[in-house]
Every structure is written in structure tokens, then in C-alpha cells.
Design a protein around this ligand. Structure first.
Ligand SMILES: [Zn+2]
Length: 227
């Protein structure tokens, strides 16, 4: 289906095929897979965007396909898109340096740069521990200490341990030597998100609610005194 998150406007939208489908000459193709690579221009259906992206797919035909058949198939199959949509979530209650590294970890994950994502997630958790005066020991022991000081839930501390038991740990030293399957990188980024949520975002939300309750009580008390 020619629907995707548009790499220009960031909306999940339908993409309309414009013009012809081109076969990419084999000699120009990058990577180990060869042959039967097709590309076409698509326009974003969002009226405020309407910019062009390139969709690519490997298609296999019994005989030599006509243009109409190529166009039909290009609108049915899963395409890879250029530009790609890059996710850069904001972490508003997290200190700026840590928040921007966490946002970059998500950007890496969204373009399948899994080692980069995990390296940044590790730096984010290290910086979070350091921000709370925890500077000694391995990253695993720092996560334990975050748990002991009730900055993260016991469940989250165990989750970090579980990811480590699974073979790919957030605290591993030899990223370049390790394979990094997408699901492991996603689990580690999820753990980073959970740690930021518990250490910064949830307490900040609670303080905002407390502040607005106290302000409301003060207003009510002032009105009662006037009456
Ligand atoms: Zn768009």
C-alpha cells in the first residue's frame, strides 16, 4: 500500500504515484541484493505538504512487465521511502542535554541505525545516573542504584536485568563486535524511555498537579476571606 509516514511533513498519509515506474540498473544498486529493483515518484496526499518522495521495491514478474502492471504493483507492495521519516520525540521535563541525546537515540532507531541508538541510550542512562550523583561502577550497577534509591520502579530495574539476560545489554562494552537485532535495540530504547519517564517526567507531572492544586486552594481561601 502506498501509505507511509511522509518524510517531509511527518504525517501518516497516502502517497499518490506520479509519472512512470523505473527499473534501477543493476550496476547502480547498493548492498548485497541485486536485480529487479524498481522506483517511482509519489506525491504526499496531505494538501499542506504535497511534496515528492521516492518509493522503491523489489518486484518479481514471470514475464517482462508492461508499465500499467508496474504501476499497479508499485501501489500494492511495501515500499522503502526516500526521504525517510525520522522520529525525534521531545522530552520536555528532562534536562536539555539528556533530552537531546534521548531524541537522537530515537532518530537512530527510526533509520535502523541500531548500534547508534543503543550507544546513545546507554549515554542517556549514564547521564541520568550522574545527574543524581551516581558515578561509580558499571552501568548495570548504576541502574541497580537508581532502583535502590526509588528513582525507578523495581519492575524497571528487573527489565534492565532481563534485557541483559537476553544477551544484548544496555551496558555491554563491545557494541562494534555484537550483532544488534532490531527487537533488542527497540527493547533498550524502550527501557531508556521508561527510566526517563520515572526519573524526570512522572515527578515533574506530579509537581505541576500539586502546584495547581495549591494555587486553587489559595484562591479559594482568599475568596472565602473576602466574603
Ligand atoms: Zn507530506
Amino acid at each position: 500500500m502506498a501509505s507511509t509516514t511522509c518524510g517531509w511533513c511527518g504525517r501518516l498519509t497516502h502517497m499518490t504515484l506520479v509519472g512512470e515506474v523505473f527499473e534501477i540498473p543493476e550496476s547502480y544498486q547498493l548492498g548485497p541484493e541485486r536485480g529487479d529493483l524498481y522506483a517511482a515518484a509519489f506525491r504526499c496526499d496531505s494538501e499542506t505538504c504535497a511534496r515528492l518522495s521516492i518509493g522503491q521495491a523489489r518486484l518479481h514478474f514471470a514475464g517482462y512487465p508492461g508499465m500499467q502492471e508496474l504501476k499497479t504493483r508499485m501501489q500494492q507492495v511495501h515500499l522503502t521511502w526516500t526521504p525517510q521519516s525520522v522520529s525525534r520525540p521531545a522530552f520536555p521535563d528532562v534536562p536539555d542535554q539528556i533530552a537531546s541525546a534521548a531524541s537522537e537515540a530515537h532518530a537512530c532507531l527510526s533509520i535502523q541505525a541500531y548500534r547508534g541508538a543503543v550507544a546513545l541510550a546507554r549515554a542517556v542512562v549514564e547521564a541520568t545516573a550522574k545527574d543524581h550523583g551516581i558515578v561509580r561502577g558499571s552501568l548495570a550497577s548504576k541502574i541497580n542504584e537508581l532502583g535502590e534509591r526509588n528513582l525507578i520502579r523495581e519492575f524497571t530495574r528487573q527489565l534492565a536485568h532481563e534485557i541483559r539476560e537476553g544477551g544484548n545489554e544496555i551496558a555491554h562494552g563491545d557494541l562494534a563486535d555484537e550483532p544488534m537485532p532490531p527487537e533488542d535495540a527497540e527493547a533498550i530504547i524502550g527501557l531508556m524511555d521508561e527510566i526517563l519517564q520515572e526519573v524526570y517526567q512522572a515527578p515533574a507531572k506530579m509537581l505541576r498537579l500539586k502546584k495547581s492544586r495549591e494555587e486553587r486552594e489559595q484562591r479559594n481561601a482568599a475568596q472565602a476571606a473576602e466574603a
